[in-house]
Design a protein around this ligand. Structure first.
Ligand code: NAP
Length: 245
């Protein structure tokens, strides 16, 4: 059977891997950042490949026929490596990217290019901030010692300890509007920092912030490497099946 390397770490990757299993041998790859990831029922490998050359060697040595990149929209390094390694190894790359969230016209976002940019925007402007942008870039907010942060992540972690004042919640989406509204109200949040991750699982925080009139600082997506891009799983699956007919 044709072997596909799926670069995962998202809910869509798990769904996608399950869709392809049976027709293809799928190897599901994770960076290994999350202690208790959701997994599809297929072969699993965990950890970095060692850059473009490492990925290219893995593809050749394992007999991979295609790379399917279903990583998070902010996993820019992995996306670039996948494109370069696929070209060098001579295998096709299918990239899935969930659509970004749209900015509401009646509640414009404060746009940030990076987490450091978001930190500059909230500095001196807000006092109680829901930091929902993940733990990866949390060090960018460490200098803001006068701001109290509510931090939420899938894994329990000591990372928020870099923040002078914070409360850390451990929970996994999807989150609903009632719960997100209660969260923002109960903790007296006056600003929300988010990445433009897109998708339905975590969008309720944006609806809750809008309903409560809480400003949103949105970290915009990194650029997408050029090439074939699919924004829904059914179309991507169809393209892969057609390619290997
Ligand atoms: P990144 O900055 O683009 O990648 C950094 C390095 O991590 C890559 O060069 C690669 O190491 C390794 N890596 C990343 N994804 C991998 C995968 N699926 N399988 C094997 N190695 C991988 O990535 P990131 O933003 O740290 O994200 C890491 C993982 O978390 C990804 O699977 C992503 O889908 C998931 N995730 C990220 C976010 C986010 O906000 N960034 C949110 C939710 C989930 P080598 O160069 O050694 O190969």
């Amino acid at each position: 059977m044709t072997t596909i390397l799926m670069l995962g770490g998202t809910a869509e990757a798990v769904t996608f891997a399950r869709c392809l299993a049976g027709k293809f041998d799928v190897i599901y790859s994770l960076a290994g950042r999350t202690r208790t990831p959701t997994l599809p029922d297929c072969a699993l490998r965990v950890g970095g490949f060692g850059g473009v050359d490492g990925l290219m060697s893995y593809v050749r040595e394992t007999g991979i026929s295609a790379i399917v990149d279903v990583t998070h929209p902010f996993a820019a390094q992995m996306a670039a490596n996948a494109r370069a390694a696929a070209a060098l190894a001579g295998v096709p790359l299918f990239k899935f990217l969930r659509p970004a969230w749209d900015e509401p016209s009646d509640a414009p976002w404060l746009h940030a290019a990076t987490a450091s940019d978001a930190a500059r925007i909230i500095d001196g402007r807000f006092g109680r901030v829901f930091l929902s942008s993940g733990l990866g870039d949390i060090a960018a907010f460490a200098p803001l010692s006068t701001i109290w942060f509510l931090v939420r992540s899938v894994d329990p972690s000591n990372v928020p300890a870099v923040l002078a004042q914070h409360h850390h919640l451990t929970s996994r989406g999807p989150f609903d509007l009632a719960a997100e509204t209660a969260l923002l109200s109960d903790w007296h949040i006056d600003a929300l920092v988010s990445k433009n991750s897109g998708g339905q699982a975590t969008i309720a925080k944006l609806h809750a912030a809008r309903a409560l009139g809480i400003p949103v600082v949105m970290i915009d997506r990194p650029p997408v490497p050029p090439g074939n891009l699919y924004t829904d799983i059914a179309t991507a699956r169809h393209a892969i099946r057609r390619f290997f007919q």
